[in-house]
Write a protein that binds this ligand. Sequence first.
Ligand code: FAD
Length: 455
Amino acid sequence: MRFKKIVIVGAGVAGVNAATKLVDNGFPGKNITIIDMGNDPYKRKPEEVMTGFLGAGGWSDGKLTYHTAIGGQLSKYVGEEKAMKLMDEVINNFKRFHPKPEEVQCSNPVEEPDFIKPYFGLRLFPVWHVGTDYLHEIGKNWYDYLVSKGVDFVWNERVFKVDFESSLVYHTIKGKEGQYAIDYDQLIFGVGKSGIDFAQEIQDEYQLETEPKSVQIGVRFEAPQKHFQKLIDISYDFKLYRKFEDKGVSLRSFCTNNNAAYVAVEDTYGNHSYNGHAKKDPKYRNDMTNFGILMEINGIKNPFEWSRKVVEACQANKTGLYYSPDMTRNPSLTSEGETVSAWEISKYSLANVRHVMEGYFEYIEDFIEDMKKVFPTLGDDWGIYIPEVKYLSPEPLVNYNDLSLSEYPDVHFVGDALSARGITVSGAQGILSVEKLISKECPWDNIQGDIINWK
Ligand SMILES: Cc1cc2nc3c(=O)[nH]c(=O)nc-3n(C[C@H](O)[C@H](O)[C@H](O)COP(=O)(O)OP(=O)(O)OC[C@H]3O[C@@H](n4cnc5c(N)ncnc54)[C@H](O)[C@@H]3O)c2cc1C
């Protein structure tokens, strides 16, 4: 049998699931090279939130959502039934490498509770919760498996150029002069959010056709968990939502973390924005809840530039902002005991945030006001980290059956680089991108990639 040389850029959720699908189906690991600018799961440090084995997913809260309406557009590509099957495969992979798979909890609300009506709707879907600390163990087991299958990992090297015409991937090599190129027959491009500027560069360079995207921006809300317990008992990762169709705006609570819940700083383009994660180990318990309040805004002309401009304007003293009414609360501690980096602002400075968000921030304030009605003990016992953002760079047009670029069928965009937004969808896209390569009809060549010294 003859095999192709596959290069995967990004050892994130998408790239790792793609490699796993290949080797599980007899594709030789030695023909797969994965290049990542982060560390392997044994060397990755807690502060390396976005890079390294399993990417942002490896240090996330590990909430595996199981619904096509959440995170990206998988069913648009493959239809509902196939999308669910792909997500099953991803969830099974996480369980398979879990040291205690029986501890993965599933929350599956089936009915909207009356007490949230008429203010909010609640999205009903199952979610498996793994927890950050178990993810680290999963990462190590998963990595060991791929290494045992012969997959070649290149760590701490940044890919800075891809030449689609000559099928070459250029990456740095630390400690050595010059830069190096590796050739591919098939390229899986899964650089996630930490590589979004690079993905954008490539799209611009090759003038790839794209699909229009919305703006996704908001805040990370944090409060003591007791105020939300009634809803958490029904749905761990509750998704409250509301829509203003005539204004092109919808809002949802997003990525809820409970029990041992921590706010995480994301560093993109040199600016701070916020996210959250939760630990499983009871020693980290802080009885806090945090979640994003995210707006999806349609109709903004250059959504990517607009989001970047807003994020840049919501910085002070080289970090993001924190607001709590009458300074009732302060930024909380990270799981390492450091104060979450954020500049505290008063209600007067909040006027600037309203200004830069061009009227959209009021939707978030209304959302919070209505939460105070639904969760009566909440009052002013909360704080928000500003901003939380999902940069959706324009999504390149791909062939829906294998996510390859319409003009470059050997190059597959996957995961957050294809606007996936989430672990299960990103992993599912990774699997989809390689399915055709393991089908019997594919004519494979046994080509070992050559390293070319390029100066
Ligand atoms: C704090 C946090 C918590 C989250 N919690 C959840 C959650 O609970 N549930 C959920 O569904 N989603 C969550 N997410 C989102 C989820 O992690 C991502 O959607 C998912 O990991 C995307 O997968 P990916 O493979 O596309 O990218 P990633 O997993 O981000 O991986 C991309 C990889 O590419 C590498 N890379 C980037 N650029 C280059 C380059 N130029 N050269 C070499 N390597 C490069 C990076 O080092 C990284 O390892 C969270 C994200 C964060 C940051």
